[in-house]
Design a binder for this molecule. Structure first.
Ligand code: FPP
Length: 253
């Protein structure tokens, strides 16, 4: 039996995280190590996106959320931004038949209107073509940042309050959550960041309040399915207390 299957067999199939979020870091350093340019690292990163999507689907993860392009990434050199935009459009079109075969539904999070016309149309096409799929939901964060979406939510609620439709005293956590781009999606159980940095970088700040965090030094293009299963095994060994005591959790209170 191969190593991957041995690890998969160790998983508790009843405690697979429902929602896994990932920060795909390290493409640039991977490319540099190989003597390539940064864009080659992003192209290689697309293969890892393919792998983790398939693996998530096979393991029964219901939501996979990928930080493909942040609001701050617009400040990268123009040619790198252009390559990333091209790659995203190209990858989504190339992957669409397999996404459909695997019953994967594409969902887009972020300020999608900022994405250039051609990749945007490909993204919309893939989203619409997979709208009926009932398996894994693949959330692609594009031109996304947490502070952006929280600001947008605040603006929307403030507008309703100013119009007299909403009493500010009645604004609840649920109402705010319902105005984020992730409305209706359960919070991530597990957040994985590759590439060795141990920070959150303006990603899902509201939603990860009780998520388990997993940081690995492995660069995104080198992130294998074995490493993905290692992260889930690590998650399954943790006790999620949501602010309660260990005793309360063990007594199911
Ligand atoms: C961070 O690595 C990675 C990104 C900013 C882009 C990630 C995008 C992809 C893997 C392609 C996405 C494609 C689809 C279809 C979702 P970095 O460049 O910051 O790496 P470094 O820290 O080593 O410089």
């Amino acid at each position: 039996m191969d190593q991957l299957q041995k690890k998969i067999d160790l998983l508790d199939k009843d405690r697979i995280p429902v929602h896994v979020a990932m920060i795909m870091d390290g493409n640039g350093r991977w490319a540099k190590k190989q003597g390539f340019n940064r864009s080659d690292g992003h192209a290689e990163g697309v293969s890892t996106v393919h792998r983790v999507t398939q693996m998530s689907s096979d393991l029964g993860v219901k939501y996979l959320t990928l930080y493909a392009f942040s609001t701050e990434n617009w400040n990268r050199p123009t040619d790198e931004v252009a390559t990333l935009m091209y790659l995203i459009g190209w990858a989504i079109e190339r992957e669409l038949p397999e996404l459909l075969r695997n019953n994967v539904r594409i969902h887009l999070l972020g300020d999608i209107e900022r994405i250039p016309e051609e990749p945007r149309q490909r993204l919309f096409y893939a989203r619409d073509a997979t709208a009926h799929c009932t398996g894994l939901q693949l959330n692609m964060c594009l031109s996304y940042s947490s502070r952006w979406e929280i600001t947008e939510a605040a603006r929307r609620l403030a507008r309703r309050a100013a119009a007299g439709e909403l009493d500010p005293e009645n604004i609840s956590e649920e109402m705010l959550a319902d105005n984020l781009t992730t409305a209706g999606i359960p919070d991530p159980d597990l957040l994985i960041r590759t590439g060795g940095e141990e920070r959150i970088s303006n990603y899902l700040l509201w939603q990860i309040a009780y998520s388990e965090l997993y940081f690995t030094p492995v660069l995104w293009p080198d992130f294998t399915n074995e490493e993905y299963v290692d992260a889930i095994l690590d998650y399954q060994n943790r006790e999620r207390r949501f602010g309660k005591t260990s005793e309360q959790v063990q007594n199911n209170e």
